[in-house]
Write a protein that binds this ligand. Structure first.
Ligand SMILES: O=C(O)CCC(=O)C(=O)O
Ligand SMILES: [Fe+2]
Length: 287
């Protein structure tokens, strides 16, 4: 399948974005209105931070949802081998890095609001009319949105080529904004085929999450995605930085479930399935 890319600045970007989301569950957005120096700066600074022991002072102890989560110990290969740091608007932020991560959070969140507004403007009124409120308004005042800076460890020598770096999953939130990671590997299932989504640096992949699928009665299908190793084998570590955009907790996603309940229930299910779930976003690792 050929990937359609939506140029944020082009006339017709809104309707094209909406069509792509409805047809495939995701869209690749070029020229997003985000300072282009931020993502490379963050990858550079956070690689050094994650290489240091300073990260350990921010451990995501039990009960906390912000901060640093270590990779799983070596062992079964069917676990996502990555370490990560969760940044919430009001959560801990490392003193060892510049404020670029926080600036990115704010700019990407503002962009998410604009993109959800495109659904209100250009979506099928039959679908959006049934939403409990305008889509863009769903994220106003949300405290659950989380920016995850994560590093996949290099694959150990001898790892079979077909073992994913991130197991296939859907994100539980409304939409996810993913700037181009430091290495390729992301695949999204489109028409029953795993499709490589390898956008050029400076682009953003926007994925539909389970809450947007639920609130739209399936009109916007959640993107099933995974991260595959590079064909060359072992490979480098890989940094990616999804922003999991959540509605405010009170927003009614289903007649019997608010966004807060939806998140709580899905995280409980993921824990029960042995995913090491991290409140706020998708599950981080599977055991
Ligand atoms: O690293 C990527 O490319 C995707 C990450 C992802 O899907 C996730 O963390 O939920
Ligand atoms: Fe994901």
């Amino acid at each position: 399948m050929t990937l359609t890319e939506v140029d944020y600045r082009a006339p017709g970007a809104g309707p094209e974005f909406d069509r792509s989301l409805r047809r495939t569950g995701f869209a690749v957005l070029r020229n997003p209105p985000i300072d282009p120096t931020l993502v490379p700066t963050i990858y550079h600074e956070w690689l050094a931070f994650l290489d240091s022991d300073a990260k350990l002072a921010y451990a995501m102890d039990s009960g906390r949802v912000d901060g640093y989560l270590a990779p799983p110990p070596p062992g079964p290969i069917n676990r996502d081998r990555k370490e990560l740091f969760h940044i919430y608007r009001d959560g801990r932020y490392p003193a060892e890095v510049s404020p670029a991560g926080m600036r990115y959070f704010r700019q990407a969140h503002e962009l998410a609001r604009t993109l959800l507004g495109w659904l209100d403007l250009h979506g099928d009124p039959q679908v959006t009319r049934r939403f409990p409120m305008p889509t863009a308004g769903m994220i106003d005042g949300s405290e659950a949105t989380v920016l995850r800076v994560q590093r996949y460890l290099p694959q150990p020598a001898g790892t079979p080529g077909g073992v994913p770096r991130a197991l296939a999953h859907t994100d539980i939130n409304l939409v996810t904004l993913l700037p181009t990671p430091s290495r390729p590997g992301l695949q999204i299932l489109v028409d029953d085929e795993w499709t490589d989504v390898c956008a050029e640096p400076g682009s953003l992949v926007v994925q539909v999450g389970e809450m947007l699928e639920a609130v739209s009665g399936g009109a916007y299908p959640a993107a099933l995605h995974q991260v595959m190793p590079e064909p060359s084998g072992a490979g480098d570590s890989r940094i990616s930085m999804p922003l999991f955009v959540h509605p405010a907790d009170h927003v009614r996603i289903l007649p019997d479930r608010t966004a807060g309940q939806f998140r709580h229930d899905r995280l409980a299910e993921l824990r029960a399935q042995n995913w090491v779930a991290v409140a706020g976003g998708s599950a981080a690792t599977a055991a």
